[in-house]
Design a protein around this ligand. Sequence first.
Ligand code: ZN
Ligand code: ZN
Length: 352
Amino acid sequence: MRCYCVAEFGEPLQRMERPTPQPKGTEVLVRVSHCGVCHTDVHLWHGYYDLGDGKKLELSGRGVKPPFTPGHEMFGEVVSVGPEAPESVIGRRGVVFPWVGCGNCAHCREGDDHLCATPRFLGVFSPGGYGDHVIVPSERHVVEMQGVDPALAATYACSGLTAFGALAKARPFGPDAPLVLIGAGGVGLTAVALLVAEGATGYTVVDIDDGKLSVARSLGAPATLNARAPDTNKQIASAGAPATVIDFVGSEETAAMALGVLRKGGTYIVVGLYGGALKIPLPSIPLRVLRIQGSYVGNLATFEELAALVSTGRVPAIPVERRAWHRCTETLEALEAGQVNGRVVLEIGEEQ
Ligand SMILES: [Zn+2]
Ligand SMILES: [Zn+2]
């Protein structure tokens, strides 16, 4: 098999040849055809998260050590199965659910693999979809989506599930409980698409890029706002102070904006991993009865719910740009520079 690997943190990814793995037990082998490029891949490539105040969370201390193959938004086809997996799934085409846990801890036994303390997430702690073949723990982790283009389908494994999971935490919302979404990148736009699918109103999308905001409006977002405007907080407040802010960026600036506009009893949901530190006067948390909540992808049951929703055809497609496999490094650079509209999906296995 071939793959593009992070051979050294921050260096261009290297094309490598590896023996194609054989599935064991319940495992299945998937030939990957499409893989989305997520902002998390940028952090994996650099090898750290920014914790603010000059501190870093080094990923090498958490089991992410070069050389490794990133890519957790995978679409592909089951091409062989282990001795304990049903042969009937050979030929199944679907999205790979990558958020796999240890299988033994309390969270994993509850089906919440994404909360596992010793995860095996594909494309993070195990090889992912920047390679043309990937081992998946069982056929249950290859989820079909009806009538969805494979490149778009791939993005639901992370940006879709992340948006879906964050929106679930924000309910109920609507005109009496306004919702603000910060960030109209791949995840934020997918959140808009999901809100359009359910006919939601009473939410505003905030970003600093007019191009991204216009994509949000074209998907069906009822209101957008450029945060570079000097009176952003006032404009948000004019539509009613939000009950919930979902922050798909997760920077010090967006946190300050979110906590500045929330109404009493409001909830700040942090999704984005841009980085920095949260600075807030502690008395304001009890006095304003604020709730601060993190949201990170979701479990397999939630992903199956999302797949069922997407299969209805009601969720509008976010912009997806297909790129040749070997353009992975330049795509990571573009994503880091904020130059990607929607999602870039690599076409894996295409000859160059
Ligand atoms: Zn576990
Ligand atoms: Zn991701």
